[in-house]
Design a binder for this molecule. Structure first.
Ligand SMILES: [Zn+2]
Length: 563
């Protein structure tokens, strides 16, 4: 073990490299004791440093996969530091997420990094600065701002005792969820922007933030993270040649909620936005599943989904359309992570050897999505009065949640609203229909043409298993399957065919055409050997992703009737 680590470092050095990362060597299949590995690593790094005083290596990183393992490494590090009389502080940080925009890395970590000049957040920024940097900062502030700072002010001082060149100060008001009109979110957003602008002007290469607002200001961590990431993204997009290559957020490990704060930032970094960003500058987004949230969504001016990258959600759809003129449609190659997630949904249920994905594209169609979202808003308006839709899993006669959502990870699931039973489902179609569907969506008027052959009447049919949808594609060559957003709402389930349906049944379960009830289901799920999901409004589904694939073997001929 010692030799392996030592040789790796020697090789790194001989290449003139400055950093090296190790896994928790040997703790996997080899079954080495974690504390032995941790000690070996620390011992060898130390020995290497002693024997090679002119080494290039400045940074040795140990990447630990499991939480338990991480705890072991941290406690070994602490124990070693304690024996040397270094005190309990350890500069080990738990990196929880990072991303790159242009040339700039954004990194979130948890730790106690005051010793490296980064600020922790306990009794508020000002106190902490004074504790760490000494009185000089206060003196400089007093000289420059004899009347003190007020909300929205921005001040710059030198770093003094802190290991940094400049310190930025601002006053942001407390976050209170109700009855306020002073917009603390906006102040925080503009503070982040000012810090980055100033650092860029100064030519700084790196800047570190605490998890702004999550301490005594009491911002909910998702909102604080959302504001920070959004402000940072906006800045980087408008300053593609900025000097800043390194942006860090250090979540103070001493904050009792460090874990949820870390999670919020991780979500923001990975999904772009965990909380819908819409209007967060003017109002807080209520918690999902609450009546306030339904009311908020009902009143919301439609925006593109948070995962779109060409038409981003920082503008409303109306703003985009008036800007773009007639050009409201774009096929976009999604980033690798989303693409992998979508392919995973597909491959999990295609169940064909030799199925090979050729491409995945996202259909960013503003007008079509606007119509879809307006359908969702009808359900939000109902939810204000009657609460969320009954989940598919709890719907009588249902065999459970959709398979697609069982295969979806949290990032994918977060994009959808489970309170409306919004799901991703598959729809297979022939090549010659793809373009029209992407541009205009579905047209149920055409369903009447082969009305009699449809098991559940005249609707748009989708499936939770890609191999069912595959039966409606070409029989050879490159085929197309859509991954659709479908808003199922309240679901009616049936085990028998109902070929004359033109809309879902009423909630009093009348047979035939109901003329006396006002409440209807929103969709029908055929609980057949493979389930079929049917909506009866064109706009209740949206063809968001287009998967092109090819297979060597073909599925059997269709039995039922998709149109
Ligand atoms: Zn009825």
């Amino acid at each position: 073990m010692h030799t392996a680590i030592y040789e790796c470092m020697k090789e790194t050095d001989s290449l003139g490299l400055q950093s090296i990362a190790f896994s928790a060597l040997g703790t996997g299949a080899m079954n080495y004791e974690p504390s032995f590995v941790a000690n070996s690593l620390f011992d060898t790094v130390k020995r290497y440093n002693v024997q090679n005083p002119f080494t290039n290596i400045e940074l040795v990183v140990c990447v630990v996969y499991q939480d338990q393992m991480y705890q072991t490494f941290v406690s070994v590090a602490r124990e070693r530091a304690r024996r040397k009389g270094y005190g309990a502080k350890s500069s080990i940080a738990k990196t929880s997420g990072s991303t790159k925009i242009g040339n700039t890395h954004i990194k979130v970590s948890v730790g106690d990094l005051t010793q490296e000049g980064q600020l922790k957040k306990t009794s508020g920024l000002a106190t902490e600065i004074l504790n760490t940097a000494g009185r000089n900062i206060q003196t400089e502030l007093d000289n420059n701002y004899p009347n003190g700072l007020k909300t929205g002010d921005f001040a710059v001082t030198n770093g003094y005792g802190l290991n940094c060149k400049k310190v930025y100060h601002g006053i942001v008001q407390y976050f209170t969820a109700n009855g306020r009109n002073d917009r603390p979110e906006k102040t925080l957003f503009s503070f982040v922007t000012k810090c980055l602008t100033e650092a860029n002007k100064y030519g700084s290469e790196s800047i570190a933030f605490p998890a702004l607002g999550t301490g005594i200001l009491k911002f909910p961590s998702d909102i604080a993270a959302s504001i920070f990431i959004k402000a940072t993204q906006d800045f980087l997009h408008s300053h593609p040649r900025t000097s800043i290559t390194d942006i860090r957020v250090v979540v103070y490990g001493g904050n009792p909620s460090w874990s949820s704060i870390q999670k919020a930032y991780r979500n923001e970094l990975s999904t772009g936005r965990a909380v819908p960003c819409s209007n967060f500058l003017t109002m807080a987004v209520p918690k999902r599943g609450t009546t306030e949230y339904f009311r908020y969504k009902y009143n919301e001016n439609p925006r593109p989904p948070t995962n779109w990258s060409h038409f981003t959600c920082d503008k409303t759809i109306k703003d985009w359309i008036s800007m773009q003129g007639v050009n409201h449609f774009k096929l976009v190659k999604p980033d690798q992570r989303i693409s992998d997630d979508i392919v995973h949904l597909f491959l999990s249920t295609i169940q064909l050897d030799g199925a090979e994905v050729v491409s995945v594209m996202r259909n960013e169609n503003l007008k079509l999505y606007e119509e879809y979202f307006q359908e969702c808003q009808k359900l939000y308006s109902r939810a204000i009065a009657t609460g969320p839709c009954k989940s598919l899993a709890n719907t009588p006669g249902s065999r459970g949640p959709s398979l697609t959502m069982q295969y979806a990870n949290r990032q994918i699931a977060n994009l959808l609203d489970s309170d409306l039973n919004e799901v991703y489902l598959f729809h297979g179609t022939k090549k010659d229909r793809v373009d029209v569907l992407l541009h205009n969506g579905f047209d149920l008027r055409l369903a009447a043409m082969n009305f009699k052959s449809l098991w559940l009447g005249a609707g748009v049919y989708t499936a939770e298993e890609a191999n069912l949808s595959a039966q409606y594609t070409e029989r050879n060559g490159v085929c197309t399957i859509f991954v659709m957003r479908v808003c199922l709402g309240d679901v009616f389930t049936t085990k028998t065919h109902m070929t004359d349906l033109k809309r879902p049944p009423c909630k009093s379960f009348c047979k035939g055409i109901c003329t006396q009830h006002k409440e209807f289901f929103d969709s029908v799920v055929g609980e057949f050997s493979q389930r079929e999901f049917v909506v009866y409004d064109d706009a209740k589904c949206y063809p968001e992703y287009v998967i092109q694939y090819q297979v060597v073997q073909r599925p059997p001929e269709p039995k039922g009737g998709f149109y």
